[in-house]
Structures are given as structure tokens and as C-alpha cells.
Design a protein around this ligand. Sequence first.
Ligand code: ATP
Ligand code: MG
Length: 195
Amino acid sequence: MKVGLMGGTFDPIHYGHLLAAETAREACGLNEVWFIPSFVPPLKDHQPGADGEARLEMVYRAIDFQPHFRAMDIELERGGTSYSIDTVEALQQLYPGREFSYIIGSDRVNDLAKWHQIEKLAGLVHFIGVERPGEKIDVSSLPAYIRERLTVIDMPLIDISSTAIRQRRAAGKSVRFLVPDKVYSFMRRNALYES
Ligand code: ATP
Ligand code: MG
């Protein structure tokens, strides 16, 4: 069974994440995609704006009724800095016989060489890369052992980021249609990112 892993802060989850997951599922014949919110993301210069519980709840709401999508609280439960290598090793123990691939946007593809224990990680998983606006995937700057494990797939460019959503919320602007309705209503009800 082929499983795509969609890691991220999901602060909040938006349509860019969902379309990346669906596009990768179809293009690479994945049986499922698992969304895994991080507790503390590595390589980020700011801490999440919403707590782990709220970020997980928004993921659940976003993937509700999607038979191929699941949410996993493994990194939130583990706590500390959420390194992908720890997550993959734990998942391989818990779910033997799966073939795991990380689905990542171009910003994360280009910094792959900086990931914690990347050589070990690249030996355990494949990477599926999708382009984001403003950042072209630069395969030539990646070491060969990463390139060999990377498949870049086509996806319509989606100019949505969680940062822009948080900024719009803080400025009192609408984020309707950037996120699923159920995520939108949850953010409003809980006054998330309003200041
Ligand atoms: P932030 O602005 O807080 O960093 P983000 O929108 O980049 O949020 P993350 O949770 O950091 O979202 O990203 C999780 C994963 O989803 C990363 O691999 C990222 O590259 C990818 N991703 C996020 N937004 C998009 C998008 N619009 N198109 C394609 N991939 C995306
Ligand atoms: Mg990001």
C-alpha cells in the first residue's frame, strides 16, 4: 500500500494543501494521504499561531468525508521539535508494509538538504514535489541521493499560504474560499488569528 504523508504546521490548513494531496494521490497512485500536523516545526522562524488541538481540528474538518485522507496526531502527541525522520520511523513500526512518500511544496523541496538526518530519511521514503508560486523547484542544487528519491509532479499553481491567511485575519479581511467552509467557520467561532 502506498501512503503519501502531508506534513506541515497547518496553521491553518488551506486549499493549497488539499490540492497538493489530491494531485499527488492521483499522479502517483497513492492509496491514502495522511495529514500530520507538526508540534513544533523545524526550520521555521516563528511558532504556530494556533495550538495543536485547534490545528488538528481544522485538519479533521478539512478532510471530513474524504475516504482517502486521514489525519494523524502522532507529532502532536510526541511533542518537541517534529522531525520527519522520527515520524517515519514510528509509522514504519506501527504500519509495516506501507511505502511512504512525503508530499512537499517547492519551498520544502529546495531546503531538503537541510532536513534533520536527511540521508537516513531519503533512504526510507520518496519525496513528491509540487510547485508553489514564487518558488521554482531547483533540482540541480540538490544532492544526487535526494534527486534519485524525488518525483516532481504538475499541479495548478495555488497562491495561498497559511501566513497570508493569518495576516488577512489579523487585518480583518475575509479568508472565505481560501479554506474549506468548515475550517472558515471554526476560525471565526474561535476568533483564531484575529490579532
Ligand atoms: P506558512 O505560511 O505558515 O509556512 P504554508 O502555507 O507554507 O504555511 P505549511 O503548513 O508550512 O503551509 O506547509 C505544509 C506543506 O504544504 C509544505 O510542504 C508546503 O510546501 C506545502 N504547501 C503549502 N501551501 C501550498 C500551496 N499553495 N501549494 C503547494 N504546496 C503547498
Ligand atoms: Mg510553510
